[in-house]
Write a protein that binds this ligand. Structure first.
Ligand code: PBG
Length: 327
């Protein structure tokens, strides 16, 4: 093995062409999923205060946005619904004419090649803001499962390409897989939010989606942030139940968990670069404290380097624009 002065690692960093040749990881637009918030009503495209550059769209305003994303070669969107009427059991989540079911139909009609992923979780639709049904003040796991299955099925009937359960109930992947298979949707993949932590980084999202829990917190179902081994058990459980893609969420404080999952499981791995992570970058950039573009590529690059194949990120559209300018 040579050593200095024969060995000089700086030789391969001399210019951009050399650096490009030996670059180990790349942020590719084809790996990105762009989150979209859909609201009830008409003619609405309104910027979300805590997430500059991200908007609330009514269904009729989605067409232009999806056209932009198609032009930019963003392959997929993930949809979140924001509703006015809520109840104890989140009925709006699985109504055949719910806001998400309408959005899916509209997108698939205008842009059949755009992959539509849907978030399967009750929190945006329940009056109490929890991800499942409440019994005696506790989120009841088994009573929630049929509702999640019903919700996922309604998305797939409307035309969703992938369903993504984010509720963290035990057994939800199996419940959804069974419901889809019984109804002939055995070719629809499940992207499971497998290792989803009870994170403070979801703050801006909950404001945007109106899904702040009205009492307590999500710690009895989402994971405890200091745990990593438990994340492997969550992923293993979801794989056993039939998940096709597994996910770690959030991304940045959990890069070690992404790496562990990459090394342990030969399954496609997604990471969710969440709202709080996005908001911090936007705030610092607005203050002029960081170079926004470089910071974003560094962040997304770190998620790829940790081992994620797929990144869900609010930066996707902007990144796609930057990448299209380079070409
Ligand atoms: C629904 C859901 C949440 C996020 C994605 N799906 C919020 C939560 O669990 O409270 C967070 C996404 C983000 O912060 O960007 N359960």
């Amino acid at each position: 093995m040579p050593n200095f002065p024969e060995l000089r690692l700086r030789r391969l960093r001399k210019n951009e062409a050399l650096r490009s040749l030996v670059r180990e990881n790349h942020v590719d637009v084809g790996d990105l999923i762009y989150p979209i918030f859909v609201v009830e009503g008409k003619g609405i495209k309104k910027e979300i205060e805590l997430m500059p550059g991200v908007f609330h769209f009514s269904v009729d305003k989605l067409k232009a946005e999806i056209e932009d994303l198609t032009r930019l070669h963003v392959p997929a969107v993930i949809l979140f619904g924001v509703v006015n009427e809520k109840d104890e059991v989140g009925s709006g989540a699985y109504h055949p004419k719910g806001v998400i079911q309408q959005a899916i139909r509209a997108i698939k009609k205008n842009a059949p090649d755009m992959l539509v992923v849907t978030d399967v979780c009750l929190c945006e639709y329940t009056s109490h803001g929890h991800c499942g049904v409440i019994c005696d003040g506790y989120v009841d796991n088994d009573k929630t499962l049929p509702l999640l299955a019903k919700m996922a099925l309604s998305h797939v009937i409307a035309g969703a390409d992938i369903v993504a359960p984010s509720d963290m109930m035990d057994g939800r992947v199996k419940a959804i897989r069974d419901a889809l298979d019984i109804h002939g949707f055995d070719t629809t993949p499940i992207l499971a939010y497998s290792a989803k932590y009870a994170s403070a980084f979801y703050g801006p999202f909950r404001e945007a989606a109106g899904s702040i829990p009205q009492f307590g917190d999500r710690k009895s179902y989402q994971m405890d942030p200091p745990n990593a081994r438990e994340a492997m058990r969550e992923i293993e459980q979801d794989i056993r139940e039939g998940a096709d893609i597994v996910m770690v969420k959030p991304a940045l404080s959990y890069l070690d968990v992404i790496r562990l999952a990459r090394d342990k499981f030969d399954y496609p791995l997604a990471a969710y670069n969440v709202s709080g992570e996005y908001a911090m970058v936007k705030a610092a950039a607005k203050m002029g404290w960081v170079d926004e573009k470089r910071v974003i590529f560094e962040i997304l690059g770190s998620i790829k380097r940790a081992g994620a194949d797929i990144i869900i990120t609010y930066h996707a559209k902007q990144v796609a624009e930057w990448l299209s300018l380079v070409k």
